[in-house]
Design a protein around this ligand. Structure first.
Ligand code: FAD
Ligand code: UDP
Length: 382
């Protein structure tokens, strides 16, 4: 590999330039360094980790970009992350607050009991079946029909309709059915949010994992790829690009749409336990905030330990260029547009590999991100 001088602080040439120090970029970087490759990672934010970044506030590892619970069925991934950090035994569950009434999520026997007073799975199933039949839905075509056919119209009205419209800024009738299928429906008394064999949260937060993954790499923060494009592009044989794919092509085919989230964090001094649970969703349409997170409840054993607590309120809104992009809107238009960008990428820039949730315009959980980054590393790192 040729070594040469470069302008503005970059002095060597690298095997890989990685744009984005989120989980995807960091896992790939780790694998590359393991194979003795030289790696430069740049990120426009002032910190590493992308959306899984956690900030240590007096011993509470605060999830700065929303609740992140690691869950997977993949043993390779679970072993991988456990080699990097100790995980606690946190099992996720969510409480729904509908106009002051409390329900259990995901939908399970506790929810059905609270809603209808039913006791047995058979009673709950009968109730849902009768509501589905009354609605006349046989082949659900959108989120509303899917939700009613899964849990009936009362649960749909109280726990799904308002929340989903706030989250996506669209009527449930105009959203794809698959979104609601991410939530389990269980005819058991079981509030566990995820059907996963393995689940937990790193005891020292996610940033510690990213720090380990990036050992041996050069990292430049506050470095927007597009502001330094000309000097960065020539630096490496290959680019792993985890920023938005449409931005790479200067939006020449059009702009991909996202939903964004505003996180309002507050430290409550003198308050030991603000809401008694890690995540409470506000499922009516009139409460502007989607949910409130109380971070200490992600760390069993820490709840009563401190005379302060940190909470975050989440508000969802339409994304505009320049804002942080969180949730891809996988409707027909955006899916087609993404496919066109993918084709453009293959023909125009074979040395750039687009990965991660922004590079592939896909909502991935953390375990899938790790699988994808490891697969890529297995494939291209010789
Ligand atoms: P990112 O973390 O977004 O990393 C991309 C990086 O690229 C960022 O650091 C960004 O600053 C950088 N970048 C962007 N543009 C530029 C540029 N122009 N120049 C330089 N750098 C740039 N998954 C779970 O498994 N469990 C959960 O409980 C969970 N909860 C979630 C909650 C929320 C609110 C959200 C939004 C996601 C959640 N996820 C969860 C998904 C998880 O966040 C993702 O799987 C993961 O963060 C994706 O990693 P990534 O590296 O692809 O993207
Ligand atoms: N959802 C809902 N009510 C809730 C929680 C979730 O209707 O209280 C719906 C909503 O449409 C959401 C989907 O279920 O987009 C998936 O929920 P999940 O918790 O996976 O959402 P995310 O992790 O994307 O915030």
């Amino acid at each position: 590999m040729q070594i040469h001088e470069i302008k503005r602080g970059f002095t060597i040439m690298y095997d890989y330039l990685i744009v984005g120090s989120g989980l995807f970029g960091s896992v790939f970087a780790h694998e590359a360094v393991w194979h003795s490759k030289s790696v430069l990672v740049v990120d426009k934010r002032p910190h590493i980790g992308g959306n899984i970044y956690t900030e240590n506030i007096n011993g509470i590892h605060v999830h700065s970009y929303g609740a992140h619970i690691f869950h997977t069925n993949n043993k390779r991934v679970w072993d991988y992350v456990n080699n990097l950090a100790d995980f606690n035994r946190y099992t996720h569950s969510v409480i729904a607050n509908y106009r002051g009434e409390i329900y259990s999520l995901p939908f399970n026997m506790y929810t059905f009991n609270k809603m209808w007073g039913v006791i047995t799975p058979q009673e709950a199933q009968e109730k849902i079946n009768s509501q589905r039949e009354a609605a006349g839905i046989t082949n659900p075509k959108n989120l509303e029909e899917q939700a009613i056919s899964l849990v009936g119209h009362e649960i749909y009205e109280r726990l799904i309709k308002g929340y989903t419209q706030k989250q996506w800024g669209r009527e449930c009738k105009n959203l794809p059915a698959f979104i609601i299928k991410r939530l389990p429906v269980r005819f058991k008394y079981d509030n566990n949010y995820f059907d996963a064999l393995y689940q937990g949260i790193p005891v020292k937060g996610y940033t510690a994992i990213i720090k380990k993954l990036l050992e041996g790499c050069e990292v430049k923060l506050n470095c927007d790829y597009f502001e330094h494009r000309s000097e960065l592009e020539g630096l490496a044989d290959k680019i792993i690009f985890t920023a938005p794919i449409d931005a790479y092509f200067d939006y020449e085919l059009g702009t991909l749409e996202y939903r964004t989230v505003r996180f309002e964090q507050e430290i409550l001094d003198g308050v030991n336990n603000y809401q008694g649970h890690s995540v409470i969703n506000y499922t009516d349409k009139d409460t502007p905030c989607m949910r409130i997170i109380e971070h200490k409840h992600f760390y069993p054993g820490l709840e009563l330990d401190k005379n302060f607590t940190v909470i975050t309120r989440e508000f969802s809104s339409e994304w505009r260029p320049g804002m942080e992009a969180y949730y891809p809107v996988n409707d027909e238009r955006n899916t087609r547009l993404y496919e066109s960008y993918k084709e453009l990428a293959m023909t125009r820039c074979p040395n750039v590999i687009f990965g991660g949730r922004l590079g592939e315009y896909k909502y991935y959980d953390m375990d899938m991100i790790i699988i994808k980054a490891l697969e890529l590393a297995d494939k291209i790192i010789a």
